[in-house]
Design a protein around this ligand. Sequence first.
Ligand code: ADE
Length: 285
Amino acid sequence: MTIDDSDGFLTQAGGAVLGWGLPRLRALPWRHTRDPWAVLVSEVMLQQTQVPRVVPKWHAFLDAFPTPAACAAAPLGDVLRLWQGLGYPRRARNLHAAATALSEFGEFPRTLDGLLALPGVGQYTARAVLVFAFEADAAVVDTNIARIYARGIGRRLTAAQVQAAAEAAVPPEESWAWNQCLMDLGATVCRPLPLCGECPVVATCAWHGVGPDPAIGSAGVSRTQSRFEGSERQARGRLMKALSERSVAAADAAEVMGHPAASRLIEALCAEGLVTLDDGWLRLP
Ligand code: ADE
């Protein structure tokens, strides 16, 4: 079966989704700006971190670095310090590299290919900037939206299928509102454990909560996060937190990290450019 005979889920539903979503659109601060840099920062932060944690960090980050040039001018260590608490610090390194590229371009790219050329910017983030900053007619597919389409169409989809289905459904000229409303639908109703009784499009949903969930194993739908306690991610986070406050002697790092694989993890952090080792001391770059 191709996507074309998969019922055009949501292609006629613009009114229902916008009618449901606009009056209850979550008041998130990045929804009040069209500044592409501010939007890019929000989207990178939101990729792996929950909204309530992102809100204060987004404000603090943009206060410190209101433009790509301001970010590019700072050492990566300052960016990593502001990132503290968000996790996955590779994102901060990529954002810093993107800021450098942007301040060299002089102008924010406004095309998919131009955005995809930025370090750390993939298919999702590039489209999110196109839609949420430039209000271009495009479809963003994050984990929530991928879940909505897999369920609505009623089977597991490939990445290309979900993107095509999402693009077919965008109402022209309303992409900003449409994509934001779908994000809220996925975050508040079409959740991993769904509230189908509250869904504005349940009548056109192939799954409607009955039988095995087609979103499980569908492209772009994240699985539940693995355990944090005792993980390598936790150990790396402990070191990054300590380093955002002070230098750490390499000999003390295993104790700070509390993990048996500390030395391998430190080596990897150094190789990724997130930590420097100099004269026996670990520091932020
Ligand atoms: N997650 C990613 N982008 C988002 C946005 N614009 N609003 C809410 N959650 C998001």
